[in-house]
Design a protein around this ligand. Structure first.
Ligand code: ACO
Length: 318
């Protein structure tokens, strides 16, 4: 059997930051409201001219360094993003060119906040079937570009950033199982309504029914935890680390309670980054690997929920 193993992780955050106090001057909110309702203290935002691919490239180079590989060792590049630099070429093709790689498969994957989990699932299938040997999987977002900075219900939540992992074929897992789901019946609760043929400027920004999203997210993430444990014959106490999508500390706490996991075993970065969509799990993962919390051999559960709705999980023996 062939499995995929995580060789290295990397991440990158743009230098510019915006605190909750800064937001008080933009919309009718308070720093305390934001902190208490979301757990967010600040977020990183791209500067003029800085793009999603800039963030993706920096995170990818970090991950390749950690993996001890050259870009030309790659035979698959997947970028999970909702905020590509251009309609096309894909951000993955732009990244491939910057990395000086030619010929390997490269494509973007769009599943909003679940994008990285979906991308890991897809890359894992490529490796398991022998279609790829060494894959770069990036989650990169510039959500600030699709944020309505006059809408207090959304603009306090999101940030920009990128995270990446390098996978390699191995005889033992590695990625043990991936669980991907979607239900388009919820399309109206979280969306950017504009698109081709529907391009009014006011439709180019995120719209969210936050309270309803919150309720569905909590119950759905509880179910995905159960599904992942049951599929692998595991009990809650087998999980060493939860690496959740960083949308809201209250959603993260609810999932940790579902797993009977103390918060010390949950990687939490939402205070510093806000919700960076597809970038949030690899950003959190990289931080906990680099600060020495997550060690080789430990069992990791990643889970995410986002627009679509999409949701999913990845169980990994790191
Ligand atoms: N500052 C002050 N007051 C605010 C703000 C703000 N920034 N935003 C909303 N409020 C007000 C509302 O207007 C409302 O006022 P009202 O009672 O007078 O109508 C009140 O606060 C309560 O609003 P709720 O929406 O019920 O507040 P809630 O506790 O649900 O928190 C939040 C809102 C933080 C958005 C929460 O619902 C949430 O985190 N939702 C989930 C977001 C998420 O996980 N998204 C999924 C992934 S994102 C993706 O896929 C791109």
């Amino acid at each position: 059997m062939t499995y995929s193993r995580i060789l290295g992780t990397g991440s990158f955050l743009p230098a510019r930051t915006m605190t909750n106090a800064d937001l008080e001057s933009l919309v009718d909110t308070t720093a305390t409201w934001i902190l208490e309702r979301t757990g967010i203290e600040k977020r990183h935002l791209v500067s003029d001219g800085e793009t999603c691919c800039d963030l993706a490239e920096a995170a990818a180079r970090n991950a390749l360094d950690a993996a001890g590989l050259a870009p030309t060792d790659l035979d698959l590049i997947i970028v999970a993003t909702t905020t590509p630099d251009q309609f096309f070429p894909s951000t993955a093709c732009l990244l491939q060119q910057r990395l000086g790689v030619r010929g390997c498969a490269a494509f973007d994957l769009q599943a909003v906040c679940t994008g990285f989990v979906y991308a890991l699932g897809v890359a894992d299938q490529f490796i398991r079937t022998g279609s790829a040997q060494r894959a770069l999987v990036v989650g990169a977002e510039t959500l600030s570009r699709i944020t309505d900075w006059t809408d207090r219900g959304t603009c306090v939540l999101f940030g920009d950033g990128a995270g990446a992992v390098v996978l390699e074929a191995a005889t033992e897992p590695g990625i043990i199982s991936t669980h991907l789901h979607a239900d388009g019946a919820y399309k109206d609760l979280l969306q950017v309504p504009g698109g081709l043929g529907n391009g009014h400027p006011e439709l180019q920004f995120m719209q969210m029914k936050g309270n309803e999203v919150f309720r569905v997210a909590v119950t759905t993430l509880g179910r995905i935890v159960d599904e992942t444990l049951e599929a692998n014959g595991l009990s809650k106490s087998d999980i060493d680390w939860l690496i959740p999508h960083q949308a809201n500390i209250r959603i993260i706490q609810a999932t940790a309670r579902k797993l009977d996991l103390p918060m010390e075993r949950v990687v939490v970065t939402v205070a510093d980054h806000g919700n960076t969509s597809a970038a949030s799990i690899p950003l959190a993962f990289d931080r906990a690997v680099r600060d020495g919390r997550i060690r080789r051999g430990e069992l990791l559960l990643m889970e995410a929920f986002g627009g679509g709705f999409t949701w999913g999980s990845v169980l990994v023996r790191y």
